[in-house]
Design a protein around this ligand. Structure first.
Ligand SMILES: [Zn+2]
Length: 354
């Protein structure tokens, strides 16, 4: 057994996956420790083919008016559909100096932080050299919002475009990974996102699903920040991390009420959900005022562009059950039908994908 096949090996490992290569492309993968590698290689079905969307080329990369390149739908896509899936160009641990070196404080250790970044850049360079020339070109064409900081070009691109993915079942693990996908990296930010992301370990691919119905020509948006923050909290994260000020309608038109909705929709949906139905005796109808509060929350979430959130789907199901408990079967069915089936299958089904 070589070192990097040993689950207890704790060094840095470089590997191209999958091996043997299939028609769906390969990923240069930097791994911290043999355990994560062993977990992936023993995932049932690994290495599976990358899942295919209903049609080929449902998205296209195009220039946007103000946000550089963006990703656009080429056809109408229903809520909950797979839009595309791809093997990332690169997957690497998200080394975070503040976490890896908690002794580094702001002013004292900028030099140490710079050394650390230079070292990280050299690891990324090794992975980059493993890519084909075409993939290197694709990687270098991505945006870099860190070009003015003490980030090397590869680390700058990695930090600007990476999606955080979970490769480990241990949610407490500090080993968070980032994945750069050629199409994924073109999706711009909005606090009214219309796609969500999942990482499929068996096929080692990034998958994107619609959170809302999308029309041909619409731009795809992913929320880079925590959607449960107020407008000020969202800007306070986005600006230093990505170097832009979000001008989505939810930020531009933010009010006290919309801020309260962003920070409170998930707990409010779950509070109302607890009032029905499991906690009620069988056949007892839901309280009409609870049902009205749920419908009011549904309306406010749609106005705020939050109808792609997992809590919203839960709300639809509960309202559906509420109507049915009152004998209003057609109304109930119209709600439950709106909830996409794929929503409750994926690994992220237990929480909102903010
Ligand atoms: Zn915004």
């Amino acid at each position: 057994m070589s070192d990097d096949e040993d689950p207890d090996f704790e060094g840095l490992i470089f590997v191209t996956v999958p091996q043997p290569a299939d028609d769906d492309g390969t990923t240069e993968w930097l791994i911290r420790g043999g355990r994560t590698k062993s977990n992936i290689f023993h995932t049932p079905g690994y290495p599976a083919p990358v899942p295919k969307a209903r049609l080929p080329n449902m998205v296209i990369v195009k220039e946007t008016a103000e946000m550089g390149m963006g990703l656009f739908a080429t056809c109408d896509i229903k809520r909950g559909e797979l839009v595309f899936a791809e093997r990332p160009l690169l997957v690497s641990p998200c080394f975070i100096p503040e976490q890896d070196f908690p002794h580094l404080t702001d002013e004292a250790d900028e030099r140490e932080r710079q050394l650390f970044r230079a070292e990280f850049e050299s690891y990324l360079k090794l992975a980059f050299q493993g890519m084909s020339f075409e993939k290197q070109e694709a990687f270098m064409s991505l945006s870099n919002c860190k070009s003015k900081d003490s980030f090397g070009p590869l680390l700058g691109i990695f930090s600007s475009n990476g999606y955080q993915i979970d490769l480990d079942d241990d949610s407490e693990s500090l080993d968070k990974y980032g994945a750069i996908g050629e199409l994924a990296a073109r999706i711009n930010h909005s606090c009214r996102p219309n796609v969500r992301q999942e990482f499929d370990r068996a096929s080692f691919s990034l998958r994107f699903y619609t959170k809302k119905d999308i029309k041909a020509g619409d731009e795809l948006f992913y929320c880079y920040c925590n959607i449960r923050g107020t407008a000020a909290e969202r800007q306070a994260f986005l600006n230093p991390s990505y170097g832009f000020v979000c001008v989505c309608p939810s930020c531009v038109n933010a009010t006290l009420a919309s801020d309260e909705l962003h920070s409170g929709f998930a707990s409010e949906a779950s509070r109302l959900g607890d009032l029905f139905p499991e906690n009620k005796r069988e056949k007892e109808a839901v309280d009409r005022t609870v049902l009205e509060s749920m419908i009011e929350l549904e309306k406010r979430m749609i106005e705020e562009g939050l109808e792609g959130e997992f809590s919203f789907d839960q709300l639809l199901l509960i309202i559906g059950m509420g109507y049915k408990s009152l004998g209003m079967l057609a109304e109930g069915e119209s709600y439950t039908k709106r909830c996409p089936k794929t929503r409750f299958d994926g690994p992220e089904a237990s929480e909102d994908d903010a």
